[in-house]
Design a protein around this ligand. Structure first.
Ligand code: KG4
Ligand code: ZN
Length: 342
C-alpha cells in the first residue's frame, strides 16, 4: 500500500509518499522561515497563502521523484489538527480533493498522534507500550501509549510549551526567528552552570510542567547584566546554556518519574524540541544507566513533516467496509485523548 501524506499545520509545507514494503519513496519539506522571519514569528495568513502556492507543486514533484502515477496511491493522509486553522484548511482541502478525484480514501490525521508515531519510521522500532515525551512549539506532553489510539496524558505544561520557552527566550536574547535551534546552537558554546535558573514545579508531585517562570528568570538576569554594560557574546552563550540546562533538567526529571510511576521501560521522544542534542544526550545517559531504552526519530522526523503523517494515516487506513467520506476535517484544537483506538 502507498500513502500520500500531507502536512500544513503550521509553517512547513510537506509531502511524503510511504510504501509498506519499500518505506519512504519521497519526502519533501518546504520551510516558510524566510517568509515569517521579518515578523519574528509565524503570521497565520501568510502561512496559509504560502501553503496554497507550494502544496500541489510538491505533490507533483514527489510523484515524479518516485516515478509513481496518481493511480498508484492507495490513500491520502493529511494533518487535520491541531494547528493554525487557515493552514490546516489548505492541506485538508487539497488532500481531500485529490483523494476524491483519485477515488481513494482521505484520512484525517491528528498532528500529535503523527509526532507520536514518527519513531515507527525508524529501525529498530519501539514496541508498544511506551512512554512518549511530546515536546514541540505548541505542546509539552507526557503520554502513556498502549497502542495506536490508546493514549493516556500523564502530564502537560501549565503555561508555555517547551519549544515556546526556547523561542521566547531566544527572541529576548536577540536571536533571529526561529529561535529554538539558534538558542541551542548558542548554548553549545556557553557554560550550563554559570547561572542557576529555577526548575519550576520540580519539587512538586505529579507530572505537569511549567516554563514561564524560567523564561522570566532569564529575562530578569539578562536585563540586570545589560544595565551594567552590553551583553557580550560569551555572556549570552552562558545565559542560553544555563537556560537550556534548566529545561533539560525539567524534562529529564519528569520522564524519569513517569517511567517509574508507570513501570514502562521505553521512552520515545518526539516533536521539534526532540531535535535538541543536549536533551538527547542527557536522556540517553540517564535511561541507559537505569537499564531503560530511549528512541528518537531522526531530526527531520522530529520537526513538522509529512512522513509522520503518512505513517499515522497508514495506521488509520479505513477498513474495506467503512463508508467513504470526503468531508473536509480541520480542527484548530483537538485533544489527543479523544482519539479512538485504531
Ligand atoms: O514539532 P515542531 O516542528 O512544530 C510544532 O510546534 O508542532 O516544533 C517546533 C519547535 C519550535 O518551538 C522550535 O524552536 C523547537 O521546536 N526546536 C528546538 C530545536 N529544534 C526545534 N528547540 C530546542 N532545540 C532545538 N534544537
Ligand atoms: Zn509539530
Amino acid at each position: 500500500m502507498i500513502i500520500l501524506g500531507v502536512e500544513t499545520s503550521c509553517d512547513e509545507t510537506s509531502v511524503a509518499l510511504l510504501d509498506d514494503d519499500r518505506g519512504l519513496l519521497a519526502h519533501l519539506v518546504h520551510s516558510q522561515i524566510a517568509i515569517h522571519a521579518p515578523f519574528g514569528g509565524v503570521v497565520p495568513e501568510l502561512a496559509s497563502r504560502d501553503h496554497i502556492r507550494k502544496l500541489l507543486p510538491l505533490v507533483r514533484q514527489a510523484l515524479e521523484q518516485s516515478s509513481l502515477r496518481s493511480s498508484d496511491i492507495d490513500g491520502v493522509a493529511y494533518t487535520a489538527g491541531p494547528g493554525l486553522i487557515g493552514a490546516l484548511l489548505v492541506g485538508a482541502t487539497v488532500a481531500t480533493g485529490l483523494a476524491a478525484a483519485w477515488r481513494r480514501p482521505a484520512i484525517p490525521v491528528h498532528h500529535m498522534e503523527a509526532h507520536l508515531l514518527a519513531p515507527l519510521l525508524e529501525t529498530p522500532r519501539p514496541g508498544f507500550p511506551f512512554l512518549a515525551l511530546l515536546v514541540s512549539g505548541g505542546h509539552t506532553l507526557l503520554v502513556a501509549v498502549g497502542g495506536v489510539g490508546d493514549y493516556r496524558v500523564l502530564g502537560q505544561t501549565l503555561d508555555d510549551a517547551a519549544g515556546e520557552a526556547f523561542d521566547k527566550t531566544a527572541k529576548m536574547l536577540g536571536l533571529p526567528y526561529p529561535g529554538g535551534p539558534q538558542l541551542a546552537r548558542l548554548a553549545g558554546t556557553g557554560r550550563p552552570d554559570r547561572f542557576r535558573f529555577p526548575r519550576p514545579m520540580l519539587n512538586r508531585a505529579g507530572l505537569d510542567f511549567s516554563f514561564s517562570g524560567l523564561k522570566t528568570a532569564v529575562v530578569l538576569e539578562a536585563r540586570q547584566l545589560a544595565a551594567a554594560r552590553p551583553l557580550e557574546e560569551s555572556v549570552r552563550a552562558d545565559l542560553a546554556s544555563s537556560f537550556q540546562e534548566a529545561v533539560v533538567d525539567i524534562l529529564v526529571a519528569r520522564c524519569l518519574r513517569a517511567l517509574e510511576q508507570t513501570s514502562l521501560t521505553r521512552l520515545v521522544v518526539a516533536g521539534g524540541v526532540g531535535a535538541n542534542q543536549r536533551l538527547r544526550q542527557r536522556l540517553r545517559d540517564e535511561l541507559t544507566a537505569r537499564g531503560r531504552e530511549v528512541y528518537y526519530p531522526r531530526h527531520e522526523f522530529c520537526t513538522d513533516n509529512a512522513a509522520m503523517v503518512a505513517v499515522a494515516g497508514r495506521r488509520r487506513f479505513p477498513s474495506r467496509d467503512a463508508t467513504r467520506s470526503y468531508a473536509i476535517t480541520a480542527r484548530a484544537r483537538w485533544d489527543l485523548e479523544e482519539l479512538a483506538p485504531a
